[in-house]
Ligand binder design. Structure first.
Ligand SMILES: NC(=O)C1=CN([C@@H]2O[C@H](COP(=O)(O)OP(=O)(O)OC[C@H]3O[C@@H](n4cnc5c(N)ncnc54)[C@H](O)[C@@H]3O)[C@@H](O)[C@H]2O)C=CC1
Ligand SMILES: O=C(O)CCC(=O)C(=O)O
Length: 482
């Protein structure tokens, strides 16, 4: 307690000290390169590090936000003294639970389940579930933390959360996946609800898993409610939700290109991943005239110099969504190169869209993209670019969109699915796609408002973080110390 008090006093002293220094303000009044602010940031990050040891992904996400937000807090009196960011890095609640299940040969298996309920200041907890062997507390805390900012940007009343398990659906039968999902929900159900916490999909959680999870919730609670999004249309899902993250990402890219007086037409696009986000980013990019030349999975990537067209993309969708095969099999049917154990960032392109997982594009790979003429990188995945890669892209003035902004289309349509569930009505695909487009345009506008520098370069990282922060911070201040 004493240590906490002296830390807060230290931060307050630092902020007061730098307030007297009025040099070097940018367009939104934020002082940059001020050594006192830098010290404040470093002290804050050290504090978070000390209280969250062995959580590198969470620290990485906090570090990025702190570097944007602390200078902003310090330039805006309203946000000083409330310890908003200190509160935002503490989850409101974290649930960790055992998930026992029986495999097809009768062996008992056990996995660990999680739900990180990060912040409910502006709405009920909302965010996906990830089933992947790499899942741990650090990964889910980083995802939940980012979700708070992302959901705030969507213009919808959604708090932030994330959950999942180290269960690996790869290689499991449908029955095994079903038994796992039923066991997972048998604990999770008591923590969620349509007005409390509304999970959805993420890596390893698609339509099949959402169906099993929803079915078990309904069975236990004896209630048919909009407790999960990403549901199938046959049981109150929303049109466009499967497409939303990828389509939204491309709509965001179009807005970014507009600032350069360019369009997607004839642009060469490199995409990583071949799951939900990758597939629908590819589909919309093709529709808008781009040539998509790569897709990948955790074993390697395919390079199709002629471009992936609708027929080839349908093949990939069937391969990944139904046959659950490997991307290499593309080359059995189509003329393309397969590169094993590698990522696609050395392929020459105009635009790169990483859509697989966190930290999948490092500094050397960013350098390769720059050397090959890439002008824009937009994150379809959550935090796929390492901090060094982002710094390099910024230093070369490459347009760079963080996932919190560019992949917010998925959760946005989840929010629209919740609205449709609550009024018992289904909107048309056209209306939903139009809403999605407008939300992505609005997010872009907010990024420009807070991220455009004196040299006209748009720092989307700063823009995203500040715009996302302001709404949550205002709500937290209004609600008192809770
Ligand atoms: N599904 C959604 O609506 C949203 C997803 N995201 C993010 O997008 C990314 C992809 O998610 P989904 O497409 O939903 O998942 P998915 O399970 O449908 O696809 C994941 C893809 O990533 C690949 N992958 C996984 N681990 C990998 C690794 N270590 N190296 C290379 N490739 C790897 C898989 O092979 C697969 O192609 C994740 O970062 C997720 O958090 C973000 C916003 C919304
Ligand atoms: O649709 C949702 O609720 C969550 C999507 C998600 O997990 C994400 O935006 O990373």
């Amino acid at each position: 307690m004493r240590a906490q008090l002296s830390f807060y006093r230290f931060i307050t002293r630092k902020l007061t000290a730098v307030l007297t220094n009025t040099s070097r303000c940018n367009k939104v009044g934020i002082m940059t390169n001020n050594p006192s602010v830098k010290n404040t940031i470093n002290a804050f990050i050290q504090r978070v590090k000390d209280s969250n040891p062995n959580e590198p992904e969470f620290l990485q996400a906090v570090d990025e936000v702190a570097n944007s937000i602390i200078p902003f807090i310090h330039a805006n009196e309203k946000y000083r003294g409330n310890h908003i960011l200190e509160r935002m890095v503490e989850a409101e609640r974290i649930i960790i639970f055992r998930v026992p299940w029986v495999d097809d040969i009768g062996n008992v298996q056990v996995n660990r389940g999680y739900r990180v309920e990060m912040n409910s200041a502006i709405g009920p907890f909302k965010g996906g579930l990830r089933f992947h062997p790499s899942v741990n507390l650090s990964v889910l805390k980083f995802l939940a933390f980012e979700q708070v900012f992302k959901n705030s940007l969507t213009t919808l009343p959604l708090g932030g959360a994330k959950g999942g398990s180290n269960f690996d659906p790869k290689g499991k039968s449908d029955n095994e996946v079903m038994r796992f999902c039923q066991s997972f929900m048998t604990e999770l159900f008591r923590h969620i609800g349509p007005n409390t916490d509304i999970p959805a999909g993420d890596i390893g959680v698609g339509g099949r898993e959402i169906g099993y999870l929803f079915g078990q919730y309904k069975r236990i609670k004896n209630e048919f409610t909009g407790v999960i999004t990403g549901k199938s249309l046959s049981y109150s899902g929303s049109l466009i939700r499967p497409e939303a993250t990828g389509y939204g990402c491309i709509f965001f890219v179009v807005e970014m290109l507009k600032t350069k007086q360019q369009t997607l037409n004839d642009k060469v696009v490199v995409i990583s991943g071949s799951g939900n986000v990758a597939q629908f980013s590819c589909k919309k990019a093709i529709e808008l005239g781009a040539k998509v030349v790569t897709m990948s999975d955790s074993s390697g990537y395919i390079y199709d110099e002629d471009g992936i067209d609708d027929e080839k993309l349908n093949f990939i969708m069937n391969l990944k969504n139904n046959k659950r095969g490997r991307i290499k099999e593309y080359t059995d049917t189509f003329d393309a190169k397969y590169v094993a154990n590698a990522r696609p960032w050395s392929v020459s392109c105009d635009i790169a869209i990483p859509c697989a997982t966190q930290n999948e594009l490092n500094k050397e790979e960013a350098q390769a993209l720059i050397d090959n003429g890439c002008i824009l990188v937009a994150e379809g995945a959550n935090m796929p670019c390492t901090p060094n890669a982002v710094r390099l892209l910024h230093s070369h003035k490459i347009a760079f969109a963080p996932g919190k902004a560019s992949n917010a289309g998925g959760v946005s349509v989840s929010g629209l699915e919740m609205s449709q569930n609550s009024i018992g009505y289904s909107w048309t695909a056209e209306k939903l796609e139009e809403r999605l487009l407008n939300i992505m345009k609005e997010i872009h506008k907010q990024c420009v408002k807070y991220g455009k520098g004196d040299d006209e370069y748009i720092d989307y990282v700063k823009g995203t973080n500040i715009a996302g922060f302001v709404k949550v911070a205002d709500a937290m201040i209004a609600q008192g110390v809770v």
